[in-house]
Design a protein around this ligand. Sequence first.
Ligand code: AMP
Ligand code: ZN
Ligand code: FE
Ligand code: FE
Length: 279
Amino acid sequence: MGGSVDLHSHTTASDGALGPRELVRLAARHGVRVLAVTDHDSTEGLTEAIEEAARHGIEIVPGLEINCDVPGSEIHVLGYYVDWRAEWFQAFLREQRAERAARVHRIVERLTELGMPLTAAEVFAICKEGSPGRPHVAQAMVNRGYVKSVREAFDRWLHANGRANVPRRRLTPVEAVQVIRRAGGVPVLAHPGLAQRDEMIPELVQAGLAGIETYYPEHSAAQIETYRATCRRLGLVATGGSDYHGPHTGRAATLGSPAVPAEVGAELKQRARDLGASV
Ligand code: AMP
Ligand code: ZN
Ligand code: FE
Ligand code: FE
């Protein structure tokens, strides 16, 4: 596998701005050869991404991201090479999305109490068929003029400890790791530098965690070194990706950046095989 590797990206199936085909075409322009599509609680973008990738000589790693709340922070778990076509797994994802929709109702109630009246319908009009989340709430707040940008909505109201944030009621991070393993996938702790909950790594490994997202736009060189060392010590795969959500989505990211060592794509696939996936 030559060319660059990016193991974290989002499409309109969740809170990305680009459709799966547009994302893959952009990846081709950026020289990405291995791209994981990791939408939040959805694999709806994968079929189109795989079709489009075939025309550009890009390999798609099927994935998803499960966000979990813990006291004072949130832990995101990536899952790669899950058996995403399994009916039970799709039923699980539908339940996850139903909880996301219920959470949108709770967040708009909170915002209304805080003097920023908003309806869930306005939020759902933004995410359309995609998995709803706080970025869509943030955009609805921008549309109403409550904040100037998605970024400001998060910084002032929607961050993990923000006054308008309402925690999810579903999975613990351990359960997210377990469900990915049950689906034959490779669970990877996403951007641990943002979560600041490294003390949870041992229990996640105990539950079946197989990797840590080490190369990440918002990780410092020191953090990258720390997570590389942690992965070496615990026998985990040090993965990485851009977490690209498309242009104008409040986070600065470039598809294919930061650089992820070329062999990581093959290491991840080998780990999937070791765990029983037929890839
Ligand atoms: P949720 O799906 O509701 O957990 O929202 C999580 C998503 O919100 C992340 O995947 C990012 O896309 C986005 N997000 C989180 N923090 C910020 C921020 N400070 N600015 C812009 N977007 C953010
Ligand atoms: Zn997102
Ligand atoms: Fe994330
Ligand atoms: Fe993400």
